[in-house]
Design a binder for this molecule. Structure first.
Ligand SMILES: Cc1cc2nc3c(=O)[nH]c(=O)nc-3n(C[C@H](O)[C@H](O)[C@H](O)COP(=O)(O)OP(=O)(O)OC[C@H]3O[C@@H](n4cnc5c(N)ncnc54)[C@H](O)[C@@H]3O)c2cc1C
Length: 146
């Protein structure tokens, strides 16, 4: 990509832009794709390289807001669930279900995470990717599939 050529093209183009986005991280890139796909004349200005900022550090997990449950921010959990659902629908070639295990080291933690994740399952409703369940600390194929 020749950055100087693109900058010259933008400078010499005296037509108006419908949308100007500053910052080519995940947010700016997503907004640019959205605007361009709706037919808006869009320019994206990035000072460094695309996704070189915070977006380069992301683990790329679409966590559906489970982490906001602990903060009691239910509206953010619901919003994240809606977004996850939308991403599943719109980009099934990129978004995949991934199971993960949350370790609990005491009865209290088991109860805490168990209840939290059950509440999360309820909040997810039809947007769930599968219900959470307890697994034994004896980890083998049988346990994982139960
Ligand atoms: C360790 C870590 C793990 C994470 N894991 C996840 C995850 O699993 N799932 C998840 O959903 N989120 C995760 N996040 C959060 C996610 O990465 C950020 O919310 C997201 O990347 C923010 O994107 P952004 O486009 O807003 O910002 P950025 O990616 O920082 O993009 C901003 C861009 O703007 C540019 N810029 C700034 N000022 C100017 C200017 N004046 N002119 C031109 N360009 C400019 C910068 O160069 C940069 O490229 C994680 C974050 C971290 C740090």
């Amino acid at each position: 990509m020749r950055r100087d050529l693109f900058i010259d093209r933008i400078r010499s183009d005296d037509r108006l832009w419908d949308v100007i986005i500053i910052g080519g991280g995940a947010t700016g890139l997503g907004a640019a794709v959205d605007a361009a796909s709706r037919g808006y004349r869009t320019v994206l200005l990035e000072q460094s390289d695309f996704a070189s900022g915070t977006s380069s550090r992301s683990t790329k997990l679409i966590h559906g807001g489970v982490r906001y449950l602990r903060q009691g921010n239910l509206s953010l959990v619901r919003e994240a669930l809606r977004e996850r659902s939308r991403l599943f629908r719109n980009a099934p070639h990129l978004v995949h279900n991934l199971k993960f295990i949350l370790p609990a080291y005491s009865r209290w933690e088991t109860a805490f995470y168990g209840m939290g994740l059950k509440a999360y399952d309820l909040l997810a409703g039809r947007q769930t990717l599968g219900k959470s369940h307890l697994v034994s600390r004896v980890f083998n194929d049988k346990t994982f599939c139960s």
